[in-house]
Design a protein around this ligand. Structure first.
Ligand SMILES: [Zn+2]
Length: 114
């Protein structure tokens, strides 16, 4: 009996590890921004949406992209992939911290940045 419980635990741990690996690959494949850029964008959106409500478009995201010389079409496609259909969704869904340590590159960046 004890062995079975142990085995179940191991299977769960393994499943979690695999899921994280898959998510990390997903980030690498579909996120067009570097970790530092993404952090910057999320902070920008946090600020802007604190002043003006989301109007269900990506206006702030696109404004940020334009100011930073980021390809807007590529960015739009990228945030859409992660569930960001408008500015507030980008802030809520395209945030690696809600899936802690699934994108190792971002987590490394955030911790080393302080
Ligand atoms: Zn919105």
């Amino acid at each position: 009996m004890a062995d079975q419980r142990q085995r179940k635990k191991e299977l769960k741990r393994e499943a979690r590890r695999l899921r994280r690996e898959r998510e990390a690959v997903e980030w690498e494949e579909h996120m067009v921004l570097q970790p530092g850029q993404l952090k910057d964008l999320l902070e920008f959106l946090d600020e802007q949406l604190g002043v003006e409500a989301c109007d269900h478009s990506l206006r702030f995201t696109m404004r940020w992209a334009e100011a930073g010389g980021v390809d807007q079409d590529a960015l739009e496609e990228s945030v859409h992939h992660f569930g960001g259909g408008c500015d507030c969704e980008v802030l809520a869904n395209v945030d690696p911290q809600t899936r802690v340590d699934t994108w190792p590159r971002y987590m490394e960046f955030v911790t080393s940045d302080g």
